[in-house]
Design a protein around this ligand. Structure first.
Ligand SMILES: Nc1ncnc2c1ncn2[C@@H]1O[C@H](COP(=O)(O)OP(=O)(O)O)[C@@H](O)[C@H]1O
Ligand SMILES: [Mg+2]
Length: 228
């Protein structure tokens, strides 16, 4: 069953005389519960695609359809709510709030949504990610791997349907990066959350159900036939 698709998605940056075509007509459908890896050289449009699929940016052309609605037809505040409730995002650089503890960072999306925390859910993901001991620490007192685990917990706090991760192991050394990847796969399998992960690392990509390779803003290779 499909959870999301995009049609002819494009993004053009116009900087003075220079026109950069970051994404050039990408169409693909994502299966519910699947793990998709997006690879390709630096500058090929991976982050742009991830941002457009997750409602973090606006396309120049094309559509993103989630639950039968075009993401970019929503008003900005409606899109913000949808993004907060249905999508999680993990960045290479963790993006934790430096002044807040691990626990406060994890709780932030729930509080921004004016909702009661589902304590059982939060404790389940905290256990899964193995960060019980880190909850009272500030990010500055955590290792990179610990910060990324906290940021994954934050991304999962509102029980998203889709988790988007942009080179989540890019700042971590090999062993720690593999541990974080294993956790993301567990999140995908055990919680049934659809995972879309950008990576340079072909070993990471190998563990995905599907690998989409971008080149110059286009899909150069897709290990799965796109259903239209
Ligand atoms: N804000 C921006 N302004 C101008 N060009 C941009 C901007 N963001 C990305 N680009 C360009 O778009 C292309 C794709 O970028 P990006 O999606 O970040 O690639 P990747 O994540 O694969 O490295 C690159 O040529 C990049 O320089
Ligand atoms: Mg990128």
């Amino acid at each position: 069953m499909e959870i999301m698709h995009c049609e002819n998605l494009s993004k053009v940056y116009q900087a003075s005389e220079n026109k950069v075509i970051a994404l050039d007509g990408v169409s693909l459908a994502l299966e519910q519960g699947s793990f998709t890896a997006i690879t390709g050289p630096s500058g090929s449009g991976k982050s742009t695609l991830l941002h457009l699929l997750s409602g973090l940016d606006h396309p120049t052309g094309g559509r993103v359809i989630y639950q039968e609605a075009d993401l970019y037809k929503y008003k900005e505040n409606q899109l913000a709510v949808l993004r907060r409730r249905r999508f999680g995002f993990v960045f290479q650089s963790y993006n934790l709030v430096r002044e807040l503890t691990g626990w406060e960072n994890i709780l932030l999306p729930v509080m921004l949504d004016n909702r009661q925390a589902d304590e059982a859910h939060l404790h389940h993901i905290i256990d899964l990610l193995g960060i019980q001991e880190r909850l009272s620490h500030l990010p500055g007192a955590m290792s990179g791997g610990q910060q990324q685990r906290v940021s994954i917990a934050r991304a999962l706090a509102n029980k998203p349907a889709i988790l988007f991760a942009d080179e989540p192991t890019g700042n971590l050394d090999g062993k720690v990066g593999r541990e974080v990847l294993t956790l993301l796969r567990q999140v995908n399998r055990e919680l049934g959350i659809t995972l879309v992960l950008v990576t340079h690392d072909l070993n990471v990509a190998e563990q995905a159900d599907r690998v989409i390779q971008l080149e110059d803003g286009r899909v150069a290779h897709d290990s799965e036939v796109v259903k239209s």
